[in-house]
Design a protein around this ligand. Structure first.
Ligand SMILES: NC(=O)c1ccc[n+]([C@@H]2O[C@H](COP(=O)([O-])OP(=O)(O)OC[C@H]3O[C@@H](n4cnc5c(N)ncnc54)[C@H](O)[C@@H]3O)[C@@H](O)[C@H]2O)c1
Length: 424
């Protein structure tokens, strides 16, 4: 297939799929497909609730149209799949959305078509899980009648500097010709350039280790924070001192939530275990990072007790619920561990997050954030997410929310060292 003959469809219009469809839609006809009709309606109305794409940017994508009708996909011959790859309650990969999307495409797949996957998976998933579904539902033969590609996404929700087109992109294909087609296609929109990997498995592995490396590195820094806190040494001071060496990596301690870093390592460990290797470092990192919410609350409770603040039925404000700053994304936020753990101590908790849709927070976690925190009301305040609104409030306004005797815990190093009572 020549690049001029590509008729593109993007399947799954979330944080990853929409910005991608918009970039392509500035240049060529693109069908944006999603099974969620509410999502399609809002996009047709020019609104993106994830805030990744603004109204004017959406309007710039003049050649992009949206649909939730699978029949419309039949007009495309190259499909980019950007559906979720979550984990289940046992922390095992849940490939159902990928399988469903592959079934939908398989039903309308034609000779010569190419299906490119972008969802984060373990090495082998495209060819071992998705391709068999495409073969079964289409009756066509892989690498004879149709082809596959894999090009992982590296966007960072809420980050307005690193956008789809300015992040170098890894590409791959099931044959050398298809790899070239996939690479050429992405080069049309990626100004930062591409890296053509030697195989689909290499590209899949590259993505999953990017996030695994981050997770393990943060776990190491979290462990250092646990050690330094026992010693009464300020962790950030240590990290800033060590950071003056050219090859010391600038990680910070904290909660590890979100759709990627806290989830993707389980895709790799699942595959490793399936082939008889039991990962040690990766899972140790996961355990440590997942325990940080409980640790934060134990630190707060100790500090309150030292100040003779009655813990039971005390009132604590948690500032920020999203998994990261300056975005409304609540998926897999570990701030909920803090809220639950506070509840274990019979502490009354107010959660305040100006970015969050309260109905979504209630639906996902049974937490309804307050519209506004009360003045002078709290025995403890945890700055859990570094939203710019909190930075702009500054220490004095944040402390004014507390009672005359309270503990202010700055989890995100948002304030100067002497402005909070505790930091991670
Ligand atoms: N969010 C990120 O920062 C990020 C970054 C890099 C990679 N990724 C990976 O990209 C993939 C997508 O993540 P996301 O954050 O965009 O997810 P998302 O939940 O924001 O969006 C997924 C969209 O796919 C739709 N969908 C689900 N099943 C479908 C189906 N069968 N057919 C068509 N549409 C379907 C959903 O309705 C939703 O709109 C995941 O594998 C994720 O790990 C995400």
């Amino acid at each position: 297939m020549n690049i001029q003959d590509v008729r593109l469809a993007v399947v799954g219009l979330g944080y990853v799929g929409l910005p991608l469809a918009v970039e392509f839609g500035k240049q060529r006809d693109v069908l944006g497909f999603d099974i969620n009709t509410r999502r399609v309606d809002e996009l047709r109305a020019g609104r993106d609730h994830t805030l990744e794409v603004s109204g004017p940017e959406l309007a710039e994508a003049a050649h992009l149209r949206f649909s939730s009708d699978p029949a419309e996909l039949a007009s495309a011959n190259v499909f980019i799949v950007t559906v979720p790859t979550p984990i289940d309650e046992y922390k095992q990969p849940d490939l159902t959305p990928l399988e469903r999307a592959s079934e939908t495409i398989g039903r309308i797949l034609k000779r010569g078509d190419t299906v490119i996957y972008e969802s984060t998976v373990y090495p082998g998933a495209t060819e071992e899980v998705c391709v068999p579904v495409l073969e079964r539902t289409s009756g066509l033969k892989f690498n004879v009648d149709f082809y596959a590609g894999y090009s992982p996404e590296r966007i960072n929700p809420g980050d307005k500097q690193h956008r789809v087109s300015t992040i170098r992109k890894v590409t791959s294909g099931s044959t050398p010709e298809v790899a070239e087609l996939v690479d050429t296609l992405y080069r049309q929109i990626i100004t930062a350039g591409t890296h053509k990997a030697s195989s689909i498995k290499v590209a899949e592995a590259a993505k999953v280790i990017e996030n695994t490396q981050r997770d393990v590195n943060i776990a190491l820094i979290n462990e250092l924070a646990l050690i330094f806190n026992r010693m009464g040494i300020d962790t950030l001071d240590v990290l800033e001192a060590a950071g003056t060496k050219w090859n010391f990596l600038p990680f910070r301690p904290g909660l590890v939530g979100g759709h990627c870093i806290g989830v993707d390592p389980y895709y790799l460990t699942h595959k490793a275990q399936a082939i008889g290797y039991h990962p040690e470092i990766i899972l140790a990192g996961r355990r440590l990072n997942d325990s940080m919410g409980g640790y934060v609350v134990s630190q707060l409770v100790k500090a309150m007790t030292k100040r003779r603040i009655q813990v039971q039925r005390s009132h604590v404000l948690v500032m920020g619920l999203t998994f990261k700053e300056n975005c409304p994304d609540l998926r897999n936020t570990r701030v909920v561990d803090i809220v639950r753990e506070l509840g274990e101590y019979s502490i009354d908790v107010d959660v305040y997050d100006p970015w969050v849709d309260p109905a979504e927070a209630q639906h996902e976690y049974g937490i309804t954030p307050v519209a506004k925190p009360q003045q002078g009301a709290y025995d403890g305040i945890i700055l859990a997410v570094a939203h710019h609104q909190f930075a702009e409030m500054g220490a004095a306004a944040i402390r004014a929310l507390g009672k005359s005797e309270h503990v202010l815990y700055d989890l995100k190093y948002l304030l100067a060292a002497n402005e909070s009572d505790l930091r991670l």
